[in-house]
Write a protein that binds this ligand. Structure first.
Ligand code: GLN
Length: 279
């Protein structure tokens, strides 16, 4: 029988994944580590190690799924976000590095040594809410999502991490009383409905977390219009959006009567977050 090494498997999967992924080598190593039950550094350090049939079969199945654009986080069942390991499954959006900007900005606004009320809208896996609670233990963090499935995963993440976040089923603000919230954060769906990525690279993730309607701004509009009633005077709204939606998002906030309306750019220099304060 033909002998196959970990190195051979990683090489051939890298070629298979080149068309489907921006990081085919990394993906191949991560999936092989998963299939072989070893760390990625073992794959890199010992490419000459032999792979048994079971490892090869498992690996092949993972590579096939990745080739069909299943996110690597779903295949591994987890993703790092703001140095927390989160369980991530189909049914929640995969947390992305650019979303760390919202967390960093919120942390600048939330005191370390005193209470604050924070709301995360459409929390998904709980990523933003949990990262904030992890860094600001005195803050009261409420996180809502309309998806029951997402809330199950988010609550499990909170329990695993030992973080006390209050999760609620709510379609944006529908189940919320008029709180006096200090900081409202959201990573809403903002991809335009006609964006081809929805049918290809993003097709395994929940459309409800991605599809923002014709101009991608349906959810941003709803959030900007309603957040102002739930914020304490001078409280902050932080909303993630697409890199071409900065001007339109600022215009929405200015028309709605917010002050200090700004657009924040992510590490790649792209417009990414609307920041605005309630009057
Ligand atoms: N940043 C995501 C993407 O374009 C979109 C996330 C969202 O709609 N909230 O892949």
């Amino acid at each position: 029988m033909e002998v196959t090494t970990l190195g051979n498997l990683a090489d051939s999967a890298t070629r298979t994944l080149a068309a489907a992924s921006d990081s085919p080598r990394l993906d191949a190593e991560l999936l092989l580590a998963e299939a072989a039950g070893v760390s990625r550094s073992t794959i890199i350090a010992f490419p000459e190690r032999l792979a048994g049939t079971e490892v090869r079969d498992t690996f092949e199945q993972l590579v096939e799924q990745r080739r069909a654009h299943v996110p690597i986080a779903y295949l591994l069942g987890q993703r790092e976000f703001f140095s927390l390991t989160l369980e991530v499954r189909p049914g929640v959006l995969v947390p992305r590095p650019e979303t760390e900007l919202i967390v960093e900005t919120a942390l600048e606004l939330i005191p370390e040594d005193g209470p604050a009320l924070v709301l995360d809208l459409g929390t998904g896996s709980g990523a933003i809410a949990l990262a904030i609670k992890h860094e600001r233990s005195r803050a009261n963090v409420i996180a809502v999502d309309s998806s029951k499935e997402a809330l199950v995963i988010a609550r499990r993440n909170a329990a695993t991490l030992g973080l006390d976040v209050q999760f609620m089923a709510s379609d944006w603000f529908s189940a919320l009383e008029d709180h006096e919230i200090d900081v409202i954060v959201a990573n809403p769906p903002y991809v335009r409905s006609d964006d081809p990525a929805l049918a290809i690279a993003l097709r395994h993730e929940p459309a409800v977390a991605l599809d923002g309607g014709r101009d991608g701004l349906d959810a941003v509009r709803l959030i900007v219009a309603n957040a102002i009633r739930h914020l304490t005077p001078g409280g902050y709204l932080l909303v993630e959006h697409g890199d071409y939606q900065g001007d339109a998002s600022r215009a929405l906030a200015e028309q709605a009567g917010y002050r200090d309306v700004r657009t924040l750019a992510d590490l790649a220099g792209r417009d990414r977050v609307l920041a605005a304060r309630a009057p």
